[in-house]
Design a protein around this ligand. Structure first.
Ligand code: ADP
Ligand code: ZN
Length: 744
């Protein structure tokens, strides 16, 4: 298989991609920032359309894809030949169509889409053998710091292989440390082909007996997969109802058909748990694609996906841009999760891109969630998506009862956040040997540090944001740019010493309060920044699930998918927190988050209770959460959005301008606003320019414009024409965010 080369003509009778003989003109798309294809001559032996190639560009050699026939029109003698065809599967027509359509939709240049689709190292390297290193059985004769780091690194990636360079860099040791461990049989050195196929998955290995409701859902999804035609299904089911079990049956069916499947997860922390489930279901591990896998493994996955030797990929949103040979199913788990929106670089929403990708390759999409996004809900209502519901939790588990704690009548001293009512409920759980979760959606110790002498609030030097105290790290951290500094002794403004004081609670401060209230209890704090690595986090979660804590104190991290069987009480410290912003999705997000967090309680035999501390328990969103009236909530929310003409009933695009000089940024914003005739012509409205809610990030000033249009309006074409009028000078940047999810 590895020796197979991709440059030759397909021998079969079926219509293959177009073939270009040596010397014929081909148009090549490169990953370089150029706004056109480049013409080259096909190399010796010719090449197919879609072939990945290396081409000369000035003095360099760059990666590209043969997109089609060359334009001609230049002096043919000056056109250079393609250097060589790379030893990877050529890009299929569906992938080319996907990149083109995704580029058009997100107003991203095609070369940037190609870069997204080739984010694996060493694609141009020839196939060869190389040495890799992985964990062996032996024990070192004596332990040193350097050796321990090597072993920790190997353990952290759970048995994956590393190259020497990768391992020495990640462990921070010299090559000789690793060679020493090889000699002692602690680390194994292997010769392998650079990239190996993934083990075959067996669709009939370990299926579970499904409940009747689950079986109905699984049958419907399987029938969809068998149809071999595009379709999207919204799989809604309360947490713990077995959505995962059901969609794994669709994955099995897809594998039986000989097609590839992709499961997208919103959070890397969830993959370990999920991979174990896949292994139990299919007898082998799938390919992984996210920021936590080694570069070696990344390249292997990319290549094997392309040649059909990875049947199932589990990954983060960018796994959509892998070169699948025959993709038959995409599952988007927790489809409402905001992390599916990429907020950096190419701005895209993986949920929408999954639907686009599937529609171009006759694949099915399953969107799974206990609390679907309003977008998906509306598409199902409109009949664009099929709908499946799982109404009951699996086994004896029942949904938690929801109650509000009215904070206006609770007797709570200053700088305390756990009400007497919530405390009493936790006391009862401790007596009964059950777990409680106290939830607060704020990392760090305190969101604000104020000077009691002059009232100054400590801010970031580079952003218009307050620094958040992280006592665990003993530092102040800017949650916008990541800048940190030690906690100052004196106020940076009035220079009075010893007057800086924390205001408001974060997860660390809540843990401190809990420690005082329950000095005997075992506390576990779960916040993404408190764990050094994905492995440490995974171990922490496993320990808690096994009963290693009485009280869990956590941020957003605990809301997603983890299973704690002994947990019977969830206390939400500040249920009002998300309702404050002016964001159009504030209500939807709060509703989803509260339902998800509450869903952590009572997942096993014992029923659970969720208690929401609120200063406004009569707020319609809080009332809908308590009543569990999801349909009512979505309808009311849909009604308001329809009335306001905002997504999903209207279209929006955000324009973010940034630069070092604030007046230049505003000048550009004003020029855009003045020259928006093409937008007005399609009935769109332009708002702004206005300073962005966070008007300065990393020292750059940020200005926003907002474009609103009717649902059917041809927004992208008009936007492209609009922003295309301006050449950006100096350090000015312009980014277009179609369907913006956040307005920071
Ligand atoms: P969801 O994805 O809807 O939150 P899961 O698929 O994770 O639900 O199921 C919740 C728990 O119940 C899991 O531990 C799962 O293995 C178990 N479970 C669900 N359905 C079945 C079944 N039919 N047989 C055995 N265990 C099941
Ligand atoms: Zn900052």
């Amino acid at each position: 298989m590895l020796a197979e080369t991709w440059s030759g003509k397909e021998g079969s009778g079926v219509q293959g991609p177009e073939f270009f003989d040596e010397g014929e003109l081909v148009a090549v798309l490169t990953t370089q920032p150029l706004d056109r294809f480049l013409d080259y001559k096909a190399p010796e032996g010719g090449c197919v359309e879609g072939a990945f190639v290396e081409v000369p560009l000035g003095p360099r050699r760059v990666l590209g894809v043969v997109w089609g026939k060359g334009e001609g029109g230049f002096d043919i003698n000056r056109i250079r030949p393609v250097n060589r065809v790379l030893d990877v599967a050529p890009m299929g027509d569906d992938m080319k169509a996907f990149l083109t359509r995704a580029a058009d939709y997100t107003l991203t240049p095609l070369h940037a889409m190609l870069r997204l689709a080739t984010r694996a190292p060493g694609l141009s390297d020839p196939p060869s053998m190389r040495k890799v290193y992985r964990l062996d059985e032996g024990e070192p004769d004596r332990q040193t710091d350097a050796r321990r780091r090597v072993l920790e690194t190997l353990h952290e990636y759970g048995g994956l292989a590393f190259t020497m360079g990768e391992l020495s860099e990640m462990a921070g040791v010299t090559n000789s440390v690793i060679k020493g461990l090889v000699k002692q049989g602690v680390v194994r050195e292997e010769d392998t082909p650079r990239d190996l196929p993934f083990p075959r998955l067996d669709p009939d290995y370990g299926g579970k007996a499904l409940t009747e409701e689950q079986a109905v859902g699984a049958q419907a999804l399987k029938a969809g997969v068998r149809s071999g035609r595009y379709g999207t299904t919204l799989l809604r089911g309360v947490t713990g109802s077995g959505k995962t079990e059901v969609y794994l049956e669709a994955v099995a069916e897809c594998l039986r058909m000989g097609r590839q499947a992709l499961v997208l997860l919103p959070e890397i922390a969830l993959t370990a748990e999920f991979l174990t489930r896949v292994e139990a279901r299919f007898g082998a591990r799938p390919a992984e694609w996210h920021s936590g896998v080694t570069m070696t493994e990344r390249r292997r996955t990319w290549k094997m996906v392309g040649q059909g030797d990875a049947q199932l990929v589990v990954g983060a949103r960018s796994a959509l841009f892998l070169p699948y040979r025959d993709l038959g199913l995409i599952v988007v788990d927790e489809e409402h999760d905001t992390s599916y929106k990429q907020e950096d670089g190419v701005l895209y929403n993986a949920r929408d891109m999954a639907v686009l990708r599937a529609s171009l390759c006759d694949a099915r999409v399953v969107l799974a969630s206990a609390t679907p996004s309003l977008e998906s809900w509306a598409n199902a209502e409109a009949g664009k998506y099929d709908r499946l519901e799982l109404t009951a939790r699996y086994g004896a588990a029942v949904l938690p009862e929801m109650r509000a704690i009215d904070m206006r009548v609770e007797d709570l001293p200053r700088d305390r956040w756990i009400s007497p009512t919530l405390k009493a409920a936790v006391d009862r759980r401790i007596l009964a040997g059950e777990q409680s979760l106290l939830f607060i959606n704020r990392r760090g110790y305190a969101p604000v540090t104020i000077c009691r002498a002059c009232g100054h609030q400590v801010g970031c030097d580079h952003c218009d944001a307050r620094m958040v105290e992280h006592r665990f790290l003993k530092r102040l951290v800017c949650h916008q740019c990541g800048e940190t500094k030690p906690m100052p002794e004196a106020c940076p403004s009035c220079e009075v010493e010893g007057k800086l004081a924390p205001v408001g609670p974060g997860v660390e401060r809540l843990a401190e309060e809990a420690g005082k209230l329950w000095p005997e209890a075992r506390l576990a704090v779960l916040s993404s920044d408190l764990f050094g690595s994905a492995r440490a986090l995974k171990e922490g979660i496993e320990t808690i699930a096994a009963g290693g804590a009485d009280i869990i104190i956590g941020t957003q991290l605990v809301a997603k998918g983890h299973n704690f069987p002994l947990l019977t009480l969830v206390g939400v410290i500040d249920a009002d927190l998300g309702l404050q912003g002016s964001d159009l999705r504030a209500a939807e997000r709060t509703f989803q988050l509260m339902r998800q967090v509450a869903g952590r309680a009572g997942r096993a035999e014992k029923p659970g209770v969720a208690m929401l501390q609120s200063y406004q328990p009569e707020h319609p969103v809080i009332r809908a959460i308590l009543a569990g009236d999801e349909l009512g909530f979505w309808k009311a929310e849909a009604g308001e959005r329809r009335h306001a003409g905002v997504p999903p009933y209207g279209r929006m695009a955000g324009i973010i301008l940034s630069g070092g000089d604030v007046s230049q940024v505003f000048d550009l914003g004003n020029a855009l606003a003045r020259n928006a005739g093409m937008l007005r012509a399609i009935g769109a409205e332009v708002y702004g320019p206005a300073p962005a809610p966070i008007a300065r990030v990393r020292g750059r000033h940020r200005v926003r414009l907002l474009v609103k249009a009717d649902k059917g309006a041809p927004l992208q074409a008009a936007l492209a024409e609009w922003v295309g009028q301006f050449r950006l000078k100096g350090d000015l940047r312009l980014a277009v965010d179609i369907d913006p999810q956040s307005f920071y």
